[in-house]
Design a protein around this ligand. Structure first.
Ligand SMILES: CCCCCCCCCC/C=C/CC(=O)SCCNC(=O)CCNC(=O)[C@H](O)C(C)(C)COP(=O)(O)OP(=O)(O)OC[C@H]1O[C@@H](n2cnc3c(N)ncnc32)[C@H](O)[C@@H]1OP(=O)(O)O
Length: 289
């Protein structure tokens, strides 16, 4: 017997069921964590990771730790590809859970930012094939994490980009670098100085995303097609090529670790930024944009 976990919503409550599935019939391996649902299709050996942290899949410390650990498990299992999406159509993630930024405790800020960077690096650096199915809004941290994937498809009529400047915050330089890799330096400069969120169409025209899809189902099947298209590419050569094309960015990010963490702690931990964050949270709650 194979044990799987199935999570369903009944009358608004999340219910977790332990399933006993005869090995012979199993086509899904399922090892979800608290905030990230995972299923691996035994036939295609492809994993789908669905962010599942109501209300907006905010990236708090727990989500980041779970995500990083699940990716490590999938690397060990040598899956053929990983598809990253949201369990809630309409929002990939609202980015960093702002509650994590509402502190001047330097040790907490340092811990959060170290984990945030490590999780991004894990995704950016994984030898696995990764496809983001952006099935909803993807501001700030959400956009950043999707740029770490090898390929991005996005459903229509949502927004993606680095909006930090609009909030009175400054995005990390490596987010700017990564976006510049995809859309070019000039467009990245305009985007970050304005804190611009792009529509799906705009993001596609610029190259921030690779393809537009109509809905999550089409996104998932498109992602599988992309993963399949690598089936005949020698695995080792693909992995080394991925590493080589990403090496320069990686080296810079690692070289700048101490400066980046210090800037984050000083920037977010200042009373001035704390006021800005507090005001933004109030606006968000009262929907005054
Ligand atoms: C000077 C040197 C500097 C050096 C480097 C420093 C580096 C600094 C790094 C700073 C980086 C920041 C990156 C980020 O990710 S910041 C977060 C940015 N995210 C956003 O601005 C998104 C805000 N949210 C939205 O736009 C919308 O909520 C949504 C995601 C489009 C969804 O809209 P929808 O209408 O469906 O839902 P609501 O708006 O009603 O939201 C539902 C409840 O969720 C709360 N919420 C939303 N987003 C967040 C969030 N990111 N964190 C925490 N909470 C969030 C919202 O308030 C609602 O709560 P309520 O039900 O209690 O009212």
């Amino acid at each position: 017997m194979f044990k799987g976990i199935c999570r369903e919503t009944h009358n608004g409550n999340m219910v977790t069921k332990i399933l006993k599935i005869p090995k012979f019939f199993t086509c899904i391996r399922n090892f979800s964590s608290e905030n990230v649902l995972v299923e691996v299709n035994n036939k295609t050996n492809t994993a789908i990771l669905r962010l599942s942290r109501p209300p907006v899949n905010g990236l708090n410390l727990e989500v980041l730790n779970e995500f990083e650990s699940l990716l490590s498990q999938l690397e060990q299992q040598k899956v053929n590809g990983v598809i990253i999406t949201s369990n809630k159509e309409g929002i990939l993630t609202g980015g960093i859970d702002i509650a994590e930024l509402q502190t001047i405790d330097q040790r907490r800020l340092k811990k959060y930012w170290t984990t945030f960077r490590d999780t991004f690096l894990k995704l950016y650096n994984t030898p696995l094939l990764t496809v983001a199915v952006i099935n909803g809004h993807s501001p700030a941290g959400g956009c950043l994490f999707s740029t770490a994937c090898d390929y991005r498809v996005m459903t229509r009529n949502y927004n993606i980009g680095g909006n930090e400047t609009q909030l009175g915050l400054v995005a990390p330089i490596w987010f700017m670098d990564r976006v510049a890799d995809l859309i070019g330096h000039r467009q990245a400069e305009l985007a970050f100085t304005q804190g611009k969120l792009f529509s799906t169409d705009e993001a596609h025209k610029l190259g921030l995303i690779d393809e537009i899809v109509e809905n999550t189902a089409e996104g998932l099947s498109k992602a599988q097609i992309i993963i399949n298209s690598f089936a005949n590419v020698p695995k080792k050569a693909r992995e080394i090529s991925k590493r080589f094309t990403r090496q320069q960015f990686l080296d810079k990010m690692i070289r700048d670790t101490d400066d980046d963490i210090r800037h984050f702690v000083n920037h977010i931990g200042s009373n001035e930024t704390q006021k800005i964050i507090e005001q933004y949270m109030q606006k968000l709650k009262s929907k005054r944009f």
